[in-house]
Design a protein around this ligand. Structure first.
Ligand SMILES: Cc1ncc(COP(=O)(O)O)c(C=O)c1O
Length: 401
């Protein structure tokens, strides 16, 4: 028997399976209501249109759509995304570039590799997106974290973190943030905090990575301008994706940022996969150009608003005193603070027995903490499952109090 472990890199030895993937295995056994994944509702996928367009694209543009393409992305797709982004308040400005990626997840990996060396410090919210922790960890960075409240990142605390870093001679490479409909927290930063964050980035001369899969699917009237739309000095690298407004299986995202940075991301990507699949770019370009996404968004908002409302109603009705949660204006997630004495991992073991699962919040804390928190997904289960699942969860919490 060969001992394969001794052939592994230190990095490969250090990587662990994500909790969420492990939980999905439990759910597959059936009878369990899952608030664990982050899956979009398949009823939001415009299947017929995608099928029709896929056939047309292959027949009409097959010579190009089935061929190798540029690392930056196919001109046809980039042009369609530029237009979509401009219509949503984020034009690609002079001195800026855009790159097509295999979902935002690849953008995170590329930008992480492009900006930081092993041992460098970066700043994230606490909690933050698990996939970003994994992507950034692969470049060996150290995390400084900023707590959140119901309004997202506490920029007063960010200021403290930055000040302290300076006093300790620590150079921060970038601030990573999800300002709108945060994953996992479901929070949205108000305009004053957004301004404050950008002022601090300016004052301390730091780049900002804005991860924005969700601002297209907000369903409350609230002023939410992406940081990128307020970025006067070219400090923000903006990431978005078709995963939540079309379908995640298409695996298409994009990054917009200063051209010198995007040019380097392109070179990093070249060594990874040469380019994003041409065929899906052509299909997505047609979908964007024909306005299918613009027409699909109101339907997505309607479906998710109904589900969010069902979850908020059920939380209100069933949760015992001492449990608090965020009230998202969009996106896919609600964040829950349990009473201090409840450990969400222990709660999960009991919850599985009671037929409901969630993701323990500490998974989203890069430096530990968050033992009494959890993330609930409302986009995938039906409103009926949401009500029943929250009832089961509340019962489990009461058993532990
Ligand atoms: C905040 C955030 N960033 C990035 C991603 C990755 O999305 P994609 O499917 O585009 O890779 C997700 C997916 O859930 C997310 O929530």
């Amino acid at each position: 028997m060969i001992d394969y472990d001794r052939f592994l890199s230190d990095y490969a030895k250090s990587v662990r399976a994500s909790d969420i993937r492990e939980l999905l295995k439990v759910v597959e056994r059936g009878g369990v209501i899952s608030f664990a994944g982050g899956l979009p509702d398949p009823n939001t996928f415009p299947k017929e249109e995608i099928a029709q367009i896929a056939m047309e694209v292959i027949i009409k543009h097959g010579e190009k759509a089935l061929q190798y393409g540029p690392t930056r992305g196919s001109a046809y797709f980039l042009e369609a995304v530029r237009e979509f982004s401009k219509m949503n308040g984020i034009p690609v400005r002079e001195n800026e570039g855009i790159i097509a990626t295999v979902g935002s997840q690849q953008s995170l990996y590329l930008v992480g590799k492009t900006l930081a060396n092993p041992g460098d410090y970066i700043v994230t919210e606490e909690p933050t997106y698990l996939g970003a922790i994994q992507a950034f960890r692969s470049s060996g960075v150290r995390f400084l974290t900023v707590p959140i409240d119901e309004d997202g990142m506490r920029t007063d605390k960010l200021e403290e973190v930055l000040k302290e870093a300076v006093s300790e001679g620590i150079k921060i490479k970038y601030i990573y943030t999800i300002p709108t409909c945060h994953n996992p927290a479901g929070t949205t930063m108000p305009m004053e905090r957004r301004k404050h964050l950008l002022e601090l980035a300016e004052q301390y001369n730091i780049l900002v990575i804005e991860d924005d899969p969700y601002s297209y699917i907000t369903f409350e009237e609230r002023e939410v301008k992406p940081l990128k739309a307020m970025d006067e000095s070219g400090r923000v690298i903006y990431l978005s994706t078709l995963s939540k407004i079309l379908a995640p299986g298409i695996r298409l995202g994009w990054a917009i940022g200063p051209e010198p940075i995007v040019a380097k991301m392109e070179l990093v990507k070249q060594g990874m996969d040469l380019h994003t699949p041409t065929l899906t770019q052509y299909i997505a370009a047609e979908i964007l150009k024909r306005g299918i996404i613009d027409r699909n968004i109101p339907k997505i908002k309607r479906i998710y608003k109904e589900k969010r409302d069902a979850m908020l109603r059920a939380l209100e009705q069933y949760m015992p005193e001492g449990v608090k949660w965020t009230k998202p204006i969009g996106g896919l997630f609600i964040w829950v603070w349990l009473p201090e004495k409840i450990n969400a991992r222990k709660l999960l073991n009991k919850a599985i027995e009671n037929g409901v699962v969630f993701v323990p919040g500490d998974s989203f804390f890069p430096n530990g903490g968050g033992k009494n928190t959890m993330r609930l997904n409302f986009s995938y289960p039906s409103p009926e499952e949401i009500e029943e699942g929250i009832k089961r969860l509340a019962k489990t919490i009461k058993e532990m109090l």
